[in-house]
Design a protein around this ligand. Structure first.
Ligand code: ZN
Length: 161
């Protein structure tokens, strides 16, 4: 069975950046399960998997635009330290939820001065080209509930979400 719309695929993957660092990988006995065509995974990876079947291996290089998008300087903001009342020791690398007009956004602190804190609302992988080494483990039909929800219900489709 080939991967196409309305199929659920189980894949093992290793994600590396251009420096060759492993950023993420599936667990040995827990392949990633996704519903094809539903936007469960990044577009560049999803399109490369179309037509593949169990046992296929592929190496996919995904440009930033087809992965987590380009970086936007407008998402980097310097805010007064007062905005972090109640937080004792603000350091670069800390994550916060910022309330914006478009709802909560996850931001990471990129630098701190005595008066201000610079936060970055870009996805941590924005602007990066990503490489996936993928092995297709299994492909099955999605069931009606999975199609209605737009995501898989576990490897066998019998988990409820
Ligand atoms: Zn569901």
């Amino acid at each position: 069975m080939q991967i196409s719309e309305q199929k659920v695929a189980l894949i093992h993957y290793t994600l590396t950046n251009d420096a060759g660092e492993v950023l993420d990988k599936s667990e040995v006995n827990e392949p990633l399960v996704y519903l094809h065509g539903a936007g469960n995974i990044i577009p560049g990876l999803e399109s490369a998997l179309a037509g593949k079947q169990a046992g296929d291996t592929l190496n996919v290089v995904v440009a930033a635009a087809e992965a987590y998008g380009e970086r936007h300087d407008g998402l980097v903001q310097e805010v007064p330290r007062d905005a972090f009342q109640g937080v004792e020791d603000i350091q670069a690398g800390m994550r916060f939820q910022a309330q914006t007009d478009n709802g909560p956004v996850s931001v990471v602190v990129s630098s701190v001065t005595e008066q201000t804190v610079t936060v970055d609302g870009n996805h941590p992988l924005a602007g990066q080209q990503l490489t996936f080494d993928v092995e297709v483990v299994a492909v099955r039909e999605a069931n009606q509930e999975e199609l209605a929800h737009g995501h898989p219900h576990g490897p066998a489709g019998d988990e409820s979400h």
